[in-house]
Design a protein around this ligand. Sequence first.
Ligand code: PLP
Length: 411
Amino acid sequence: MTKQGFTTQNVHADQHFGVEHGGIHKPIHTSVQYGYERVEDLIGVFQGSIKGGFNYARQGTPTTAALEAKITQMEQALGSISFATGMAAITAMFLTLLKAGDHLISSQFVFGNTNSLIGTLRDLGIEVTMVDATRTDAVAAAIQPNSRMVFVETIANPATQVPDLGGIGALCKSRGLVYVVDNTITSPWIFLPKTVGASLVINSLTKTIAGHGAALGGAITDTGLFDWSTYPNIFANYRQGDPKGWGLQQVRKKGLRDMGGTLSSEQAHAISLGAETLALRAAQTSKTALELARFLESHSAVQRVFYPMLESHPQHLFAKQHFSAGSWLLAFEVGNEAACLKFINRLKLPVVATGLGDTRSLIIPVAPTIFWEMGAAARAAMGISDGLIRFSVGLEDTADLLADFEQALRS
Ligand SMILES: *Cc1c(COP(=O)(O)O)cnc(C)c1O
């Protein structure tokens, strides 16, 4: 059989475990305990000789495992671990793979809460250098003897900077660094981090993958490209079996089991349902976003528009070559803060709310809300002006959103 398309594989991925009682959607398993007829089987699950067994739901259930299989299949990867939120996934990844005295290189264009978490890593004795990741030479210049990991986001929120994903991948490979790519804004339908050499992929399932704004979740995916036998921070306990699996093994035990940021089966089910329409939603919202971006760019009342599929975007060539679409994330400036607030209040369709990747369009002034806590200097370093507006494109008809923008800019 020829290779099936993205959505064909996606909607069937959770049935590879077998169908229970003929139910064609994976059931919501709420049991905390999992029992076995033979005590040897329980021992086998504990010791790992029986693969894929369950014992206590903090470490996963058949419902979360089915979602993990779906994400692994979409990322064309080795394996995934789900968490209660995207931040729980990122926290577990950093705290289980880095130690005091290690050095982390991070893009300076990262999600606000990730930026705040990186401050906590510093307090714990992990050295961090924040760099302009649109330039691989800036990443290379930051490498130290104790560097372990490079962290970037595919399309930064809100100002849409795209790192030199391929150049950084080649650099990490040659220097033996773990390369972590947060794929939240793009999702595996728009971009596969594995194709640029990512070791680990982060997805906040809350955003593009669930897509309905009705569930929180996160995931860490191992692409299988990193040789964990070379990584000094893998505990002796987890240096067992194929070294390709050592990183995830450690994150599942130390990060999920011990830290306990477990995704519930109810939320995993809601995310799975959303994930099945990923390709359809990502195509539609990207199409609308590009039309809005072009309209805004041509309007005299708009100063700047940030969208990777615009020719004016600094990383447009890379985005065009590597991304199947531009995503639902759009940012623009319509003057100072007062003008920006007035414009937002004149719009009728978008909901004034934080959050990203909902069925409904969401709009927010960036500086006085989500990037308020970090202060003016940090905002300036991230390219965030006082009048910047972030727009998360929903599933409304393109023409209706265009008409709404048109009337709001006219008055
Ligand atoms: C939202 C977001 C996160 C955190 O995800 P939650 O599910 O809200 O915890 C991480 N990275 C990026 C790029 C995000 O947009």
